[in-house]
Design a binder for this molecule. Structure first.
Ligand SMILES: C[S@@+](CC[C@H](N)C(=O)[O-])C[C@H]1O[C@@H](n2cnc3c(N)ncnc32)[C@H](O)[C@@H]1O
Length: 268
C-alpha cells in the first residue's frame, strides 16, 4: 500500500521552472541577487554547503565564484534539476557532490561532516521552514558552520495572515491534482492583485530570477510551513554563538527575511 505523505513535491515544481521558464535574464538576475546577499563574504576557496538547493542556482553561482561547493536536498528530482541547470549555464556536467537526504537525518549530517568537517559558509534559502521542524533544522545548520564561518538563511516572516496560509497549504497537499490546479489559478489571480496593492509594482517582475507562476505554486503548495519574526530567528541563531550581520526584509509581508550571521564564539 502506498502511504500518502502530506508534503509538497518541490522537485517537480523546480523541474518545470528550470525546463519551461528559466532563461539567461533570470539567471543573471539570480546571480546579481546572490552577489548582493554575499557582499560582505569572501566566497573564493571557501567550503560552501547549500541546504535544500532546489533548482540549484545558488550552488552554480557559488561554484562560479570559486567556492568548494556541496549541496543537499531531500527531493531526488532536485539533483536532476541542479545537473540540468549547471549543464545549461556552464556547458559542462556538474562536478561537485549533491546529496539526496534530509538535513534532519543524523546520517546525512554525518556524511556532510565527513566531506568537509564543517563549512566556512552554510546557505539555506527558503528551506528550513519547510522541513517540518524549523528550530531543530536551524540548530543542525548552525552546528555545521566552522568557527568564524557564516550562516546565510531566508525564513518566512511571521504575519497576521500566516495561519491562514498554513491552512491553505495543508489543504493543497491533501486534495487531488485537479483541485490543486484550480487552487493555483484562483491564487494566481488573488496574489497578483494583492501584490500589486502592497507594492504598486508589476507582480510578474520577480526578484532572484524566479517566475510568478511557479512561485505561486511553491507558495500555495509549500507544506510543511513554519514562519518567524526577525527577532525570533535572531534569538534562535545567536544562542549558538552567532552574531547577526545583516537582515534584508521582504517586499511582501509574508515573504522571506534574509539573514547573514557570523559565528563568533564557541558554544559547547
Ligand atoms: C522553496 S525551495 C528553496 C530552493 C532554493 N534554496 C532556493 O533558494 O530557491 C525549498 C527546498 O528545500 C528542500 N527541503 C525541504 N525539506 C528539506 C529537508 N528536510 N532537508 C533538505 N532539503 C529540504 C525542498 O526539497 C526544496 O527543494
Amino acid at each position: 500500500m502506498r502511504i500518502r505523505t502530506l508534503s509538497f513535491d518541490f522537485g517537480e515544481n523546480w523541474k518545470n521552472y528550470a525546463e519551461k521558464s528559466l532563461n539567461e535574464e533570470q539567471f543573471e538576475q539570480s546571480k546579481k541577487h546572490f552577489k548582493e546577499l554575499f557582499d560582505q563574504i569572501h566566497i573564493k576557496d571557501r567550503s560552501f554547503l547549500d541546504i535544500g538547493f532546489g533548482q540549484g542556482l545558488a550552488l552554480v553561482h557559488a561554484y562560479n565564484m570559486g567556492a568548494k561547493t556541496i549541496g543537499i536536498d531531500i527531493n531526488p528530482t532536485c539533483t536532476e534539476v541542479l545537473n540540468f541547470t549547471f549543464q545549461r549555464f556552464n556547458g559542462a556536467p556538474c562536478p561537485f557532490p549533491a546529496i539526496t537526504g534530509s538535513v534532519l537525518e543524523p546520517e546525512v549530517v554525518a556524511q556532510l561532516n565527513r566531506t568537509y568537517q564543517n563549512f566556512d559558509i552554510v546557505h539555506s534559502w527558503g528551506v528550513l521552514h519547510h522541513t517540518g521542524n524549523m528550530y531543530k533544522s536551524i540548530k543542525i545548520a548552525a552546528g555545521l558552520v566552522n568557527n568564524s564561518g557564516f550562516l546565510v538563511l531566508a525564513i518566512y516572516n511571521r504575519h497576521w495572515s500566516s495561519g491562514f496560509w498554513k491552512a491553505v497549504k495543508k489543504i493543497y497537499v491533501s486534495v487531488p491534482a485537479v483541485v490543486q490546479k484550480l487552487m493555483i489559478y484562483l491564487f494566481c489571480a488573488i496574489i497578483f492583485v494583492a501584490k500589486f496593492l502592497v507594492t504598486f509594482k508589476n507582480p510578474l517582475n520577480k526578484k532572484r530570477g524566479m517566475s510568478f507562476y511557479y512561485d505561486v505554486i511553491d507558495w500555495v503548495g509549500g507544506y510543511p510551513y513554519e514562519y518567524a519574526s526577525v527577532n525570533e530567528i535572531k534569538e534562535a541563531v545567536e544562542k549558538y554563538g552567532f552574531k547577526l550581520l545583516k537582515v534584508n526584509k521582504p517586499t511582501t509581508p509574508t515573504g522571506c527575511n534574509e539573514f547573514v550571521f557570523r559565528k563568533t564564539e564557541l558554544i559547547s
